[in-house]
Design a protein around this ligand. Structure first.
Ligand code: OTU
Length: 645
């Protein structure tokens, strides 16, 4: 069966009978733009099923329903964004991540604290998953029981929609999670599967015995080896094994079944119609499993994302996708779409390699790996962008590219060992206070939990009561923020980091959290502490006010927005990370000293990039100090330099 225009027109005819829409309406125009792609993807993924075209038709019906159900306010926004597809990237966007309950109490109470968001200059808000989950362990919301209901105590989907509309009108967009890879073992589909309904058994990967699971285990890594070793869980109700890559209570969805895809598209469109501007596709690399592989980043995953994207572009073209793909640097890139598919997958992806290299540079006081890793990131087209971040709700996994690590002169194994020791505070001279996450004795892997401030040394410094150490810790925190807000991409701040929140060890006393050290950096927002942000003499005030200043400066300087280009430079000093941001009319040089010693950068660097003295640091407003032909950078200084005249 080959694709033809006549085939499309036949579909349009059938859909018109159901939805009574003109052939020339925007729905069909948009569908026409993506239909051939949808057709090809469906044929590729499901072509072996005799009725695959009926599945495709069902999908199109779903699009029709969702389009008709989308309200006029959101449709108006879609139309504006269609006219300006760069709406998100050609300006200053700053994200902020919260747990609704821990930050505000419930969805409606977000509004009570929105002045705080405006004060910071936040323009989009990531709500950690707020959908219905079972009591007790639920992986911080990532084991969803019902995607159409909010979690107990958070309010209703209508509340969420109302809040989204109010925030949007005030210039704050909403990002929500779509947990695409798995559901809770308490989800209705899982329950029906447990009751033996074969239709729902097909929603997951069930195996009658250990034969196939054992084959899979040979090549699949373990994500949560401490709490959920292996990738399969025995289900006594049906006496079978089900695939559970994450926790035993998170069942992996089976996308070889087109009914699963249909249901997930329905959920995605429901969230889009509920007012979300950005959808974060959780654990996206895991969507397709193949024997003999790690079951990550399989080519079919990209086809599935393209289907999701095509569907959204018909119903809600204003909605963006973020890939949560914390994988090897060269794999991460593919989530933007490759070659002809750029723009047909995710608009943003987490810059996990950039993030982990920043921490690596702080510990080693050297920028070799950071420079190499960020240099090898290609120049992205302007319609996609990195989502840059320092910390998030998850652990830090040392997912470097081994080749890069070796190229800069380290042994990957020993270097990881060093970094883990360093951030767990076990290395002599370490300032950090991290906790181990998911140590895996089989391969020596350990990941790291902890807040930005505790990992950067503030916790230890405050305990030592030595003011020089506190200064150094604050210096590190501000250095990281200065890089975050000047590096090409969209910056994302994790709640509490803006006021220097320390680790909160009380999770150890809560049964459902105790075995997961990530809870150490998922605080209950302390609004009394947050009040100290107004006082520049407090640490909260110093960090918060500088963050605000940086966001403010960034918004005044289009050269720092995502569309402006970036070149990573060799500063000639192994502790100084350097990059040039530029547009046709402006250039801004960033020099970041990752060491606790004063560092010098030769003025010859300026000649190479065509910049001239005098230079002014836009953060402090002061002219840069030059001594004997060298720019002077005090410990942890980060300068944003522009030509002064
Ligand atoms: C994501 O993280 C979420 O961010 C986590 O909070 C969830 O626990 C998890 O999914 C399951 O829903 O392995 O250690 O490549 O690295 O999806 C965190 C992506 C994780 C994975 C990522 C996952």
């Amino acid at each position: 069966m080959k694709y033809s225009r006549a085939y499309f027109l036949e579909f349009v005819g059938r859909l018109r009978e159901i939805f009574h829409m003109e052939e020339t309406c925007e729905f069909f125009l948009r569908l026409g733009l993506v239909f051939q792609d949808l057709f090809e993807q469906y044929r590729f993924l499901y072509g072996e099923r005799v009725n695959w075209q009926e599945h495709l038709f069902r999908l199109c019906c779903l699009l029709g329903e969702a389009y008709q159900g989308r309200d006029e306010f959101l449709k108006g926004i879609d139309r504006e964004r269609e006219k300006n597809p760069l709406w998100f990237f050609d300006r200053n966007m700053v994200g902020y991540v919260i747990y609704v309950d821990r930050w505000a109490k419930d969805v409606k109470s977000i509004l009570k604290h929105r002045d705080y968001l405006h004060e910071m200059g936040v323009t989009f808000l990531h709500l950690m998953p707020c959908f219905d989950v079972p009591e007790g362990e639920n992986d911080g919301g990532y084991a969803v029981r019902d995607y159409y209901t909010l979690r107990d105590g958070l309010g209703t989907c209508d509340d969420l929609k109302e809040v989204a509309e109010i925030l949007k009108k005030e210039g704050i967009f909403l990002m929500v999670d779509v947990v695409v890879n798995h559901t809770s073992s308490d989800h209705l589909w899982a329950k029906k599967a447990k009751e033996g309904e074969s239709f729902y058994e097909d929603f997951y990967y069930f195996f009658p015995d250990r034969v196939v699971p054992d084959e899979f285990e040979k090549t699949m890594p373990e994500i949560f080896p401490e709490t959920s070793p292996g990738n399969f869980t025995y289900v006594p109700e049906v006496k079978k094994w089900v695939m559970t890559v994450f926790h035993r209570y998170q069942w992996d969805l089976n996308y070889t079944n087109p009914y699963v895809l249909y249901e997930m598209v329905k959920i995605i469109l429901h969230l889009a119609n509920g007012g979300a501007d950005i959808l974060r596709l959780d654990a996206i690399p895991y969507l397709w499993k193949r024997l003999g592989t790690s079951c990550q980043n399989e080519p079919e995953v990209h086809r599935l994302i393209q289907i999701f994207k095509a569907c959204v572009s018909v119903v809600a073209p204003g909605v963006l996708f973020v890939a949560e793909a914390i994988v090897q640097p060269k794999e991460i890139l593919k989530y933007f779409g490759e070659g002809e598919s750029v723009g047909k997958e995710c608009d943003l992806t987490y810059n996990a390699s950039g993030m982990v290299c920043l921490w690596e540079a702080l510990a080693t006081r050297q920028v070799r790996l950071l420079t190499r890793t960020t240099c090898s990131q290609p120049h992205l087209p302007s319609m996609v962008s990195w989502l840059n971040y320092l910390r998030c709700h998850d652990d830090i996994g040392l997912g470097f590219d081994d080749e890069d690590v070796m190229a800069v002169g380290y042994s990957p194994r020993e270097h990881r060992r060093f970094l883990v020791d360093f951030y767990l505070g076990n290395f002599p001279g370490s300032w950090a206070r991290g906790l181990p996450f998911m140590s895996n004795p089989k391969n020596g892997d350990v990941r790291i939990s902890g807040t930005l401030a505790s990992l950067a040394g503030l916790e230890k410094a405050l305990e030592s009561e030595k003011s020089e150490e506190v200064e150094m810790a604050v210096g590190r925190i501000l250095l990281l923020f200065k890089v975050l807000f000047s590096f090409r991409g969209v910056p994302l701040v994790y709640y509490g980091d803006e006021i220097g929140n320390l680790n909160d060890y009380r999770f150890r006393e809560r049964e459902e959290e105790a075995s997961d050290s990530r809870w150490v950096h998922r605080p209950w927002m302390d609004w009394e502490k947050a009040k100290k942000r107004k006082n520049k003499k407090t640490i909260e005030g110093r960090i918060f006010q500088d963050v605000v200043l940086l966001i403010h400066k960034r918004s005044e300087l289009p050269v720092l927005w995502p569309v402006a280009s970036q070149n990573i430079l060799d500063s000639g000093n192994e502790s100084v990370f350097a990059y040039l941001r530029s547009t046709e009319t402006q250039a801004l040089l960033v020099l970041a000293n990752f060491s606790d010693k004063t560092q010098l950068v030769s003025e010859r660097l300026l000649g190479r990039i065509g910049m001239e003295f005098p230079l002014r640091d836009v953060i402090s407003g002061r002219e840069v100090v030059v001594v004997d032909g060298y720019i002077v950078l005090v410990p942890y200084a980060c300068l944003w330099l522009v030509e002064a005249c």
